[in-house]
Write a protein that binds this ligand. Sequence first.
Ligand SMILES: Nc1nc2c(ncn2[C@@H]2O[C@H](COP(=O)(O)OP(=O)(O)OP(=O)(O)O)[C@@H](O)[C@H]2O)c(=O)[nH]1
Length: 287
Amino acid sequence: MVQWYPGHIARAERNLREQLKAVDIVLEVRDGRCPMSTRHPLIPEWIGTKPRVLLINRKDMVAEADRAAWTRFFAQRGHAVTWTNGSMGDGVGKVMELSAAVGAKLNAKRLARGLRPRPVRAVVIGFPNVGKSALINRLLGRRVADSAPKPGVTRSLRWARIGGDIDLLDAPGIIPMSFRDQVAAQRLAMCNDIGEAAYVDSLVAAAFLETVRGLPAAPQIARRISERYKLRVEDYQEEEYVHALGDRLFNSEPERAGQRILKDFRSLALGPICLELPPQYEACKEV
Ligand SMILES: Nc1nc2c(ncn2[C@@H]2O[C@H](COP(=O)(O)OP(=O)(O)OP(=O)(O)O)[C@@H](O)[C@H]2O)c(=O)[nH]1
């Protein structure tokens, strides 16, 4: 249902791996509405032993109870996550602190080997549209200075110095997606986190309706949808609903109905909705 362009995947993967070679710390951004679907299974392998900080963005788009459940889920698997809001800057101070702590460790090792201290090098990576650039801008917003080009593999990359002791790559690393996991792919499409891919809005909107039907907050969400479109969602199968909404509001064009539902979800007009919750991922040890 969701298709990618293979050329894009190969290019993105090459760029990302070059960026990862150049850094000491990886700031991996996930979408708070689907923190596990915005996980790439190969990232731990690509990162190796470098420290990885998990930033769960779009804090404002996830209800507090769901955020708490995810924080517990990650903590149980050994990861203290930081919730961020790229638009407002929440969590950015914490990201600076965590990066500086990695820098302090790195420089302690360098000193022990008789080397001079240097700024810690960081990159922000994540799927398209999860909020990487917004977070980078927020990080850079706190005292930016131009930084000298680095030798070797880092020469072709552009850096900006923040706070005197952190060098941040000024272009985010985009995680390429594989074709396999269609459930994750659908959620990425719902959230618009999919980059160069093709999908049919009416089908993704129907999948969205099916997904929210399975959530604990389903009755409240159904009420909001029914009220918003003046069409009771409980009376229809998901695809039928999108078609009925097309008939009602969009001159019998289901694609436009699908686009409207997705737009309303993405703009919070249907309230904060977390598409996936920890119980679905209990068996996952790797996060
Ligand atoms: N509501 C909300 N919007 C956000 C947040 N973070 C980013 N955005 C918005 O989401 C959109 C995408 O953010 P970007 O920072 O461009 O995302 P990106 O990951 O750099 O996207 P690509 O360049 O496609 O890889 C922008 O309109 C941002 O203003 C957030 O925490 N909450």
